[in-house]
Ligand binder design. Structure first.
Ligand code: SF4
Length: 418
């Protein structure tokens, strides 16, 4: 019997999907890359914001059709979509054989009647992998559904993280991304995320370590120092700043001010190593004035380390504090203003890329080859940032020294150096 897994959303879901695959393999099922020959599909969904929910529902509808084409096919619906909507009593889940919440591999294993053997990561492969260091979030941002779906922040134990890192390296990973909803909040005894990254970098010195989801409130103070000390801790900061107006940050419930993020950026800009920051921001937030928006634009264009901007519009997500507050106050930003602001931010993103294009042109860099023809630099996370296109095939899964011969925003063309 064959199964196929569809994993939507962020890298954290990919880690959950690997655990589901581990359970399926333990029960004697065989993984299949294609849905058609498969007897069962696990759809691991994301429902963080409205577009993610819509994407998950579109996949679900396609899979319902897939099931109706052959008797005996089964569907397992997992992740945030059922985590968020399973209790709403609206039905519609009759064709689904099993519904499980985010990361709930135990429910899958009891449904299959199997006690999984070995380690949860037996199913993974590829040049880059992800290692989850915590679950949930306790920050309670006013726009966010995550704490209600995934629960409060629970860090994983150091021993367990180290064991998993060993296994990922044994499986051939060349880059490992540390992920959590709020990675900077990881702690055990006197250790923080910077100490954890340092421990991992020393334990596996040939691996590239990338840190994701660094909330400014929990940005580890020693991180800039360890970027300089360990060349395999990638000088890359994935930071959800969300806004750069004090009054919007306060309304979002972010618990820090603009000066907090300015100080982080000033520190990164002053380092002897070149750091790339990926900002995540929300515009069109209820109560956002033109002056607030201009503050955000000014901030995003100000720092040399700024490389990527992931901008989102605000969505009235049911169940969040802002959902009812925006209705009560009647101060939502109208759709056309919100769309214009979103489009304007993407033009700032283009100018950041243009600046980096100038800096990278003609330089020799290390590039991790994800396949024979493409890879990524230390300043670009796989799947979401700029891609390097090699001028000739290289060996997948190796770090290749290459010269940038052309650069145009999200695509860098590089010639391997002999
Ligand atoms: S930090 Fe805020 S936005 Fe991020 S997951 Fe936690 S509550 Fe949501």
């Amino acid at each position: 019997m064959k199964y196929h897994v569809i994993s939507l959303g962020c890298p954290k879901n990919k880690v959950d999907s690997e655990r589901f695959a581990w359970v399926m393999n333990s029960a004697g099922w065989t993984h299949c890359d294609e849905p058609d020959p498969s007897d069962l599909i696990i759809l691991n969904t994301c429902a963080f914001i409205a577009p993610a929910t819509e994407e998950s529902l579109e996949y679900l509808s396609d899979i319902m059709n897939w099931k109706s084409e052959r008797p005996g096919r089964k569907i397992v619906l997992a992740g945030c979509l059922p985590g968020r909507y399973s209790d709403d009593g609206s039905g519609g889940l009759e064709d689904i054989d099993l519904v499980i919440g985010p990361g709930d591999w135990r429910k899958l294993s009891s449904w299959l009647g199997v006690v999984p053997q070995g380690h949860a990561l037996v199913s993974g492969s590829g040049s880059y992998r992800y290692l989850k260091i915590a679950n949930g979030c306790s920050n309670g941002c006013a726009f966010c559904t995550i704490p209600s779906i995934r629960g409060g922040f629970v860090p994983r134990q150091l021993d367990s993280i180290l064991r998993e890192s060993d296994l990922l390296v044994e499986q051939g990973a060349k880059e490992i991304g540390l992920v959590a909803q709020d990675s900077g909040n990881w702690r055990q005894d006197d250790s923080d995320l910077a100490a954890l990254a340092e421990t991992l970098a020393v334990r596996h010195p040939s691996i590239w370590w990338r840190l994701y989801y660094l909330h400014p409130l929990h940005f580890p103070g020693r991180l800039p120092e360890i970027f300089c000390k360990h060349s395999n801790i990638l000088p890359y900061v994935d930071m959800p700043v969300q806004h750069a107006s004090d009054h919007i940050l306060a309304r979002m419930g972010r618990k820090h001010d603009v000066r907090t993020i300015e100080k982080i950026m000033e520190t990164l800009d002053d380092l002897p190593v070149e750091v790339a920051v990926r900002y995540t921001v929300i515009t069109g937030y209820p109560g956002e004035t033109e002056a607030d928006f201009l503050s955000l634009m000014d901030f995003l264009g100000r720092y040399r380390s700024g490389r990527h901007i992931a901008a989102f519009g605000w969505y009235p997500e049911e169940g969040t504090l802002e959902y009812s507050r925006a209705i009560d106050r009647g101060d939502s930003v109208d759709d056309s203003t919100a769309s214009r602001r979103l489009a304007t931010i993407s033009s700032v993103g283009d100018s950041l890329y243009a600046d980096w294009d100038e800096r990278l042109g003609g330089r020799e860099l290390d590039v991790l080859a994800d396949d024979p023809l493409t890879g990524h630099t230390k300043w670009d996370a796989p799947e979401v940032d700029a891609v390097v296109s090699f001028t000739e095939p290289v060996v997948a899964g190796t770090i290749v020294r290459a010269k940038i011969v052309e650069s145009s925003g999200a695509v860098l063309v590089a010639e391997p150096v002999k």
